[in-house]
Design a protein. Structure first.
Lengths: 452, 452
């Protein structure tokens, strides 16, 4: 588990490797003392917070580096503790030397995420905000960046907290009734409680549904390209990626393995997966390929079905779409090779006529893919859940609240109803960190970088 | 060539990759304006230097990151210009976004080393100090770190400058004589000038000689292990490195290729090179191997010759050492397998008796290697030259001063003597940057990291 929070911790905060500068971060009650003991320059114990000081890091008489030290005083700092950030020359050798000098002064090496854990423990941010810090650092696209930034700025927290407060009020009332035991008084208006629980359930449902969108923002749109052999799937994939990734060949059934690559459309990441051609399996390998295709389709957030508009009859297209269970997910049906029919790019009865060899057609398809995902997946609410842990707590909470409603309908004893309300409160509290366990904290913070 | 020094420049100063934080550095007259235009927090144009400010980086209404900005005002900064250092969350996506926002505000991406170039151009450091910054960042051992740190702190500069000033005085005097043309006056005391040039030459020689040591500190001791097949070279190498790098085998002539690895002894780096066994070459491949051994020995700063003390006669040892031209370089002659003779580790007539299989013997050898190098190579002076460019200028300067002495002896016309004094001054000036050319600056700074 996490080690003593009274320790002063130290870690390299910048990526490893050689750079112009590297930053070492110290936090804890002895942070300023530790750095001051090896610093020749201003007396850092006497300076104001939010100031920078030039000086030398010394080891006895040896000068280890010339550095800038930024000082932050508790509670006005990232962790809420005293912090010193030491900007050194970016040599791994020097950075290691400086960290060792600070350890000799009594600091210990920080665990991953330990600075942010302290920020959480000292009330500088709630748990969902702390988690957003890790997401922010890992963000690789405009969409995942925005999701993390919104969460870090607390949008999620407010909504959940409001729900919890109302529920807590009712839970207290019902518990008060229980104190009166046999007397059969009712402080909590059952009708009002039912109304509130229904309202909360509506919001929780919205949040749960927003996860699909949030997940897509965070991890990208898992996009499966499927179709019969020679429909032009690989050509399309290559055009989309502007590269020769999949091997295009005129021999049917060339593409047996799923190939994944990433495409960015208007800030949203699409993870493209090519699949083996759909057809009657004639051997075991092909049968396996088709099973894999179905596995991919099941995981997908967008299905692109491609057929050769000059060769495949409408009934077979319909048969393929049914086999792929396409109606279940957002999908685009591409009538490929429309140039052979002398039909320009167009959309006819949900079929998207285009040629995968035509650059402009492919550009149009990209815009269509983006709109398709955003229109079909986006929720009405402005708050989006992108974290699997949050989704699980929301679902648990939803289940408990449904049991509450059920209990109210069936006049279940109040103590059982209270248990379910408590469970819902507990689960909502897990999201923001009003309820925490050591395991939960360890799980969250062990995925952080060192130094954050 | 280097671009306009009036531009405000921007670059990522920390290593690329994901980390807890990443630092972007801005320098130039518009540095504060550029960051202030995209910063929501304190008005950075109104704050003092050496202060830190928390706030948001915004792109219109979009929050790109929450950051800390350190402000430094000209001339009290690394470059001597206004500087802002922006400490962002360490996502490459975010860092790129922030750099692009600053470029949109009129900053341009810095060339490698351009921050340090500006520090040099603005008189914050001399050229040898600027070069030491790059060496400091690249330092990987205690020795290379100390060399760079000494140079950065200006040890070299003072010595060279003192020499130059005395010479400049004489050069002016002689040039004054030339102005008087036919009148045959002597302002410069030729005896005094001879004395001075001799004194300077003595110091330059010291500096030139120190390069061997400086080079070893900076790049490590190129250490060649040579000996006959089965003398135990590979066993020794493995023991020194504590790893199974070279393949040890009982078949003679196993090791045909040079294998290089690095060993750190008391802060000094040794680059170990194994060689093919020395013996009468029976085929072309072996002949090539022996030629390669000789090539390696020629480059080496330390030669370790190993023989099997139980099997090889003294005269053959002597023959090998002569072939390797060992007397020319610091070398250690190891009488290996001394355990088979029942002789403990000892040094007899310059032969180092030991067993390469014995851990303690190998530890003793390491200390001996360190002492050998430090005793044989170290100079008396406290200033060490570790830079090849400096060595070349010192040698050119030495050549010019020797021509001056020669000229004074042979009563060469004053204008020719002056030319050589000027040449010596020019070469010495190149070291500290009192004389510079665009090519010189470009050569020096293009090897820097971006952001420094």
């Amino acid at each position: 588990m996490f080690r003593n929070t009274n320790d002063t911790i130290v870690a390299l905060a910048t990526p490893p490797g050689v750079g112009a500068i590297g930053v070492i971060r110290l936090s804890g009650s002895r942070a300023i003392d530790c750095i001051n003991a090896v610093f020749r320059g201003n007396d850092l114990t006497q300076v104001d917070g939010y100031t920078v000081h030039f000086g030398k890091i010394i080891d006895g008489k040896r000068v280890v580096d010339e550095v800038l030290v930024s000082v932050f005083k508790a509670p006005k700092s990232y962790t809420g503790e005293d912090i010193a950030e030491i900007s050194c020359h970016g040599s791994p050798y020097i950075l290691q030397e400086v960290i060792e000098l600070l350890i000799a002064q009594g600091a210990r090496v920080a665990e991953p995420g330990e600075f942010t854990l302290r920020a959480f423990l000292n009330g500088k941010m709630d748990l969902s905000q702390a988690e957003a810090v890790a997401d922010l650092i890992a963000s690789t696209s405009e969409a995942s960046h925005k999701l993390a930034m919104d969460q870090m700025r607390g949008g999620f927290k407010k909504r959940i907290e409001a729900l919890r407060e109302e529920l807590i009020h009712f839970a207290s009332m019902i518990e008060l009734e229980l104190d009166f035991g046999e007397e059969d008084v009712e402080f909590a208006d059952r009708g009002e409680l039912t109304r509130l629980v229904n309202e909360i359930l509506k919001i929780i449902n919205e949040l749960v549904n927003s996860f699909r969108y949030g997940n897509v923002l965070k991890h990208g749109v898992y996009t499966v390209i499927a179709g019969r052999p020679n429909a032009g799937k690989s050509t399309l994939l290559n055009k989309l990626l502007n590269e020769e990734r999949a091997i295009v060949s005129e021999i049917e059934g060339t593409t047996r393995d799923t190939i994944e690559d990433v495409l960015n459309i208007e800030g949203l990441t699409f993870r493209l997966v090519d699949t083996a051609g759909i057809r009657e399996a004639t051997d075991q390998i092909e049968q396996k390929g088709i099973e894999r295709t179905m596995d991919s389709v099941l995981k997908s957030s967008l299905l692109i079905y491609v057929y050769d508009s000059a060769r495949l009859e409408a009934e077979n297209v319909q048969k393929d779409l049914e086999m792929l269970d396409a109606s279940r997910i957002p999908h685009i049906t591409i009538a490929n090779k429309s140039d052979l029919l002398n039909i320009g790019p167009s959309q006819v009865e949900e079929h998207w006529y285009m040629s995968a060899r035509d650059d402009e057609d492919v550009q149009d398809l990209k815009s269509h893919m983006f709109e398709k995902v955003v229109n079909e997946i986006q929720t009405d609410g402005d708050v989006v859940v992108g974290n699997l842990r949050h989704l699980q707590s929301l679902k648990e909470s939803k289940g408990a609240l449904e049991r509450v409603l059920n209990g109210l309908d069936n006049e279940t004893p109040s103590d059982l109803v209270t248990m379910d309300i408590r469970e819902a409160l507990y689960q909502l509290g897990l999201i923001t960190g009003e309820v925490t366990t050591d395991d939960l904290l360890e799980n969250i913070f062990r995925n952080f970088c060192i130094g954050k």
